[in-house]
Design a protein around this ligand. Structure first.
Ligand code: ATP
Length: 277
């Protein structure tokens, strides 16, 4: 485990003048009668990387999924509070969840390319949206370039996406996600199935992606949060004395450098210094 200074050394500075993309107000997520995470309040700034960290089970993935209505697909899942996206609550009746997921894309923990060619993986979303065939080649190349995969696959676009290495598959999934030009990319532990070299590549890539996209990443890896993100939300769990169930709570949200050097809450300090979790 690194010391505080080591981790914070590379934390990126945030720009307070930027536009807010998400504003979460008192967001709680339930699975049936179980409250997984409660009363979360924070904002996400455009073209920044926001990291969600905290011990296992504190609701990071649950909260991430509430940002593009992915929880709608889980039976019994229910979101309370307000998830405002450019000022509009994503859970209003007239909001189309399919359009939400186009604007707010997601990359999962395990690379999950379709059993199709590299080209077709990336072209899949644009084709569904009715993009003319003549434009697909340029979109595929541009997306693969942005995902730092083009040079490795440009002569093999007909090869199956499943034939790539794990790290390449994850970059293919990133290319597939950005091919439909979302504004936000949600990443749920995108490197946890990858080796350190593949992880470093994705981290490097994220910095470039943040110039065009707003990124929110769940990570178990604190060094990763410190290296790549501008702001960090630290979650923990509280145990109910009545029901003995655990609910996730947001302990602290701040500039990443602050979270890793001078956190306001003792629980954050214990976590980032490795004394907990
Ligand atoms: N589909 C589901 N149905 C019921 N409970 C769920 C579901 N998904 C998650 N949970 C529960 O919600 C709580 C939060 O889980 P979640 O996966 O969001 O946490 P996390 O912080 O992302 O954990 P990890 O770091 O281990 O991935 C846990 O108690 C988990 O068991």
């Amino acid at each position: 485990m690194h010391g505080l200074g080591d981790i914070a050394g590379s934390a990126r500075a945030s720009d307070p003048s930027q536009e807010t993309v998400f504003e979460l107000t008192d967001v709680s997520v339930h699975y049936g009668s179980f409250r997984a995470v409660r009363d979360v309040n924070f904002g996400v700034v455009k073209n920044e990387i926001t990291a969600l960290i905290g011990p296992s089970g504190c609701g990071k993935s649950t909260l991430l999924r509430s940002l593009n209505r992915m929880n709608d697909l889980i039976p019994g899942a229910r979101v309370e509070g307000t998830v405002a996206y450019h000022g509009e609550n994503l859970y209003e009746d007239d909001i189309d969840p399919v359009e939400v997921r186009r604007r707010i894309g997601m990359v999962f923990q395990k690379p999950n390319p379709f059993p199709k060619s590299i080209f077709d993986n990336v072209a899949f979303g644009p084709k569904l949206q009715g993009t003319p065939k003549s434009e697909l080649e340029a979109i595929v190349e541009d997306s693969l370039r942005k995902a730092a995969l083009w040079d490795e696959v440009k002569d093999d676009l007909k090869k199956s996406g499943l034939a790539l290495s794990g790290g390449q598959q994850q970059r293919l999934c990133i290319a597939r996600t950005i091919a439909v030009e979302p504004e936000v990319v949600l990443m749920d532990e995108p490197c946890s199935a990858l080796d350190p070299i593949a992880t470093a590549k994705i981290e490097e890539l994220m910095e470039g992606l943040a110039e065009q996209f707003t990124i929110i990443i769940v990570t178990h890896n604190m060094q990763q949060a410190a290296r790549v993100s501008h702001r960090t939300a630290f979650f923990s769990t509280e145990v109910s004395e009545v029901s003995d169930t655990r609910t996730g709570v947001l302990v602290e949200f701040d500039d990443t450098a602050k979270i890793f050097t001078t956190p306001a809450d003792e629980r954050t300090e214990h976590y980032v210094t490795g004394r907990f979790g």
